[in-house]
Design a protein around this ligand. Structure first.
Ligand code: NAD
Length: 294
C-alpha cells in the first residue's frame, strides 16, 4: 500500500504556482487576495494565518480585513461590495464560520464569482455542474490532484463518495463524473454503506466521523482519499484522525494519511484558485456573466 504524501504534492504544486505568479508579475500583473476574518475564533485565526503565510511564499499579496464579532451584516455586505469593486483585489476569501447573527449563505453569494477563490458561489457550482469551468472548491480539487498522482485513467472506474456536503461531497462527485467515473454519492441516509463501498475502485470519505470506514469495506487495490479531520483522545493524548481506519488499509493500492494528506492540498488549491482568478481578471478581464472562464 502506498501512502500518498499530500505535503510533498502540495509543496511541488506551490513551487509551480510561485513560477506562475513570477511570470504574471513580470507581465505587470499583481495578485492580491483579500482575506476577511470576522470575530476572534482562535481556530479561524490559525487557518487565516496559514493561508496568508503560504500566499506570501508564492508571491501573492494578502489584504487582511479583521473585523469585530459585533459587525453588522450590512457592514459586512459593504466590505464585500468594496472588495468586489476594487480592481487591485483579484481574490476574496471569507473565513468561515461567521458569527451567528450573520447569514453566511447570503454573504457568500455576494462575493463576485470571478473573485470567489473558495468556489462556493452558486455561479461557480453551476459552472462545475454543467462542465464549463469556473473556480472549483479547494478541497475536492485537492483530492482530484492527489488521485491523479496514482490513477492514470479514471474512465469507467467505480467511485464512491461518502458525504454530500456542498463544500466537499457534491463538488467531488461532479469532478469524478467529469473524468468518466461511475459515481455513487452516499450520505447519512444511505443503506448498506459497507457493501456499496466494497464495489469501489476509488473511495472518498468526507464525513467527519473518526475512522468510520473500516479496512474490510475496502476492495483490494482500491484508492482511498480521506478528507476527514477528527480530534480524538487516544491513550490520554489528543490526536487527529481521519474518517478512514488507516491501519486497516494494507490491501488498498494507495491511501492519504491524516494529517499530511488532503489538508495541505486544500490551501495549495486556494492559492491555485487565486492565481486562476487573477489571470482571468487581467487586462482582458472576464466580464461578470461570461461563462467562457477557462
Ligand atoms: P458536513 O458535516 O457538512 O457533511 C458530512 C456528510 O457526511 C453529510 O453529507 C452527511 O450526510 C454524511 N454522513 C454523516 N454521517 C454519515 C454516515 N454514518 N454514513 C454516511 N454518511 C454520513 O462535513 P464536510 O464539511 O463535508 O466535512 C467532512 C469532513 O471533512 C470533516 O471531518 C471535516 O473536518 C473534513 N474537512 C477537511 C478538509 C481538509 O482540508 N482536509 C476540508 C473540508 C472538510
Amino acid at each position: 500500500m502506498k501512502t500518498i504524501d499530500g505535503n510533498a504534492v502540495a509543496s511541488k504544486f506551490r513551487a509551480r504556482l510561485a513560477d506562475e505568479v513570477a511570470l504574471l508579475r513580470a507581465d505587470g500583473r499583481d495578485l492580491a487576495l483579500a482575506v476577511i476574518l470576522v470575530g476572534d475564533d482562535p481556530a479561524s485565526a490559525v487557518y487565516v494565518r496559514r493561508k496568508v503565510e503560504q500566499a506570501t511564499e508564492v508571491g501573492i499579496r494578502s489584504i487582511e480585513r479583521r473585523l469585530p464579532t459585533s459587525l453588522s451584516e450590512a457592514e459586512l455586505v459593504q466590505t464585500i461590495a468594496e472588495l468586489n469593486a476594487d480592481p487591485a483585489v483579484t481574490g476574496i476569501l471569507l473565513q468561515l464560520p461567521l458569527p451567528r447573527h450573520i447569514d453566511s449563505g447570503r454573504i457568500l453569494n455576494l462575493i463576485h464569482p470571478d473573485k470567489d477563490v473558495d468556489g462556493f458561489h452558486p455561479m461557480n457550482i453551476g459552472r462545475l455542474a454543467n462542465g464549463t469551468g469556473g473556480i472549483i472548491p479547494c478541497t475536492p480539487l485537492g483530492c482530484i490532484l492527489l488521485l491523479e498522482t496514482v490513477v492514470n485513467d479514471f474512465r469507467g472506474k467505480h467511485a464512491v463518495v461518502i458525504g454530500r456536503s456542498n463544500i466537499v461531497g457534491k463538488p467531488m462527485s461532479l469532478l469524478l463524473l467529469e473524468r468518466g467515473c461511475t459515481v455513487v454519492m452516499t450520505h447519512s441516509q444511505t443503506r448498506s454503506l459497507p457493501e456499496i463501498v466494497r464495489e469501489a475502485d476509488i473511495v472518498i470519505a468526507a464525513v467527519g466521523r473518526p475512522e468510520m470506514v473500516r479496512g474490510d469495506w475496502i476492495k483490494p487495490g482500491a484508492v482511498v482519499i480521506d478528507v476527514g479531520i477528527n480530534r480524538v483522545e487516544r491513550d490520554g493524548k489528543r490526536r487527529l484522525v481521519g474518517d478512514v481506519e488507516f491501519a486497516g488499509m494494507a490491501h488498498a493500492d494507495a491511501v492519504t494519511p491524516v494529517p499530511g494528506g488532503v489538508g495541505p492540498m486544500t490551501i495549495a488549491c486556494l492559492l491555485a484558485n487565486t492565481v486562476r482568478a487573477g489571470k482571468a481578471m487581467g487586462p482582458n478581464a472576464v466580464a461578470y456573466g461570461d461563462f467562457n472562464f477557462r
